[in-house]
Design a protein around this ligand. Structure first.
Ligand code: 4NP
Length: 131
């Protein structure tokens, strides 16, 4: 039996700190559950400013310390992502309002805030860590 893969996109402002870490952790959970054939995981930015860059050195340190060999490079979210991905997770309220504005009417993607899954309600915003 072939089942359609579920596609998850992690999004933050720059795609060099929060969303690459979220992508790596989600991917690693999928691998630990033996479900790599069932999920596609990627990440993207709201802004194109860091396009093509590796994650920020601080994020790379976190990834390395936790044993993730992250290979991705930053890219901005595109209209096509809103056609392709079933679930698009933002990190904070600004990401969510930007994503809601960018989402084409025809898109069936579910826009969700990552911190609403598994974090206490008063800590559900994954703040911009850059400055
Ligand atoms: P991220 O962090 O959204 O978690 O990747 C940021 C990275 C870059 C900038 C802001 C946030 N920036 O303004 O360049």
């Amino acid at each position: 039996m072939t089942t359609e893969k579920k596609k998850v996109l992690m999004v933050c402002l720059g795609n060099i700190c929060r969303s690459p870490i979220a992508e790596a952790v989600f991917q690693s959970s999928v691998e630990k559950m033996g479900k790599t054939n069932d999920w596609v995981v990627d990440s993207a930015a709201i802004i194109g400013y860091h396009t093509g860059n590796r994650p920020d050195e601080r994020a790379l340190n976190v990834l390395r310390r936790r044993g993730h060999d992250y290979k991705g490079r930053a890219r901005p979210i595109s209209d096509n992502d809103f056609k392709t991905f079933d679930y698009i997770f933002g990190m904070d309220k600004e990401n969510m309002s930007d994503l809601n504005e960018m989402k084409p009417e025809s898109s069936k993607s579910k826009l969700l805030m990552l911190g609403n899954y598994g974090l206490p309600k008063h800590e559900n915003i994954i703040e911009d860590p850059y400055y």
